[in-house]
Design a protein around this ligand. Sequence first.
Ligand code: 13P
Length: 255
Amino acid sequence: MRRPMVAGNWKMNGTRSDAGSLLDGVVGGLDASLTCEVVVCPPSILIPVVAEKLAGTSVSWGGQNLDTHDGGAYTGEISGGMLKDFGSTYVIVGHSERRSIYGESDDLVAEKFQQAQKTGLIPILCVGELLEERERGQTESVVGRQLDAVLAVVGIAGLKDTVIAYEPVWAIGTGKTASADQAQEVHKFIRTKLADKDANIANGLRILYGGSVKPDNAAELFANEDVDGGLIGGASLKAQDFLGICNATKNQDLG
Ligand code: 13P
């Protein structure tokens, strides 16, 4: 039985005071009966504020990116050890904005995935196709290639207890979400592909959907067998919306 998860990716948004009031709203409004794991991934400079605010609550936190090195002369970068030092549990790797805007290759993402685990963080690996790739019928080959790059570095054993987020690039921040069927189809493809290598690992793996998830479409997306929750951008910046999405994990059909 997979535990549902809703993770907020704040992207490059928020001041200390925004973070404080957002988290007051989230922590204060969380339904105590929810089984869903709730995570926030703020910009790294806000992690100390978030860590202080969330200490002792049920909400955990993580980074949005990390460097492949432990430390040293890598100006502007953040290491997994630094994220861990501030109590992070998770780190997002391979977000489509990192891939497309900052040119992160499949191989670099795979190295980051490995480095996250080496530093004791749980990677949330983002995969997903561009609109033109979907239109050309290449969704599975693109997502498969992104997964293969990680498998080549860590093997199937390295995916145990990690998290994958399927985020079709055309659905991110566009208000255009994948339909529940489109999401389930790709999530099932991911799980089946990994199950061919190790069924237990694939069954235990949480696969989140990301891309314009809102309180009014979350329940339908999460009702799919292979959709174990969501990675939320815009709606994670409003406490009420984020809470509404967390509540939508109730009655989820988890394998
Ligand atoms: P939106 O929810 O704003 O579409 O962003 C999704 C996303 O990129 C989460 O990582």
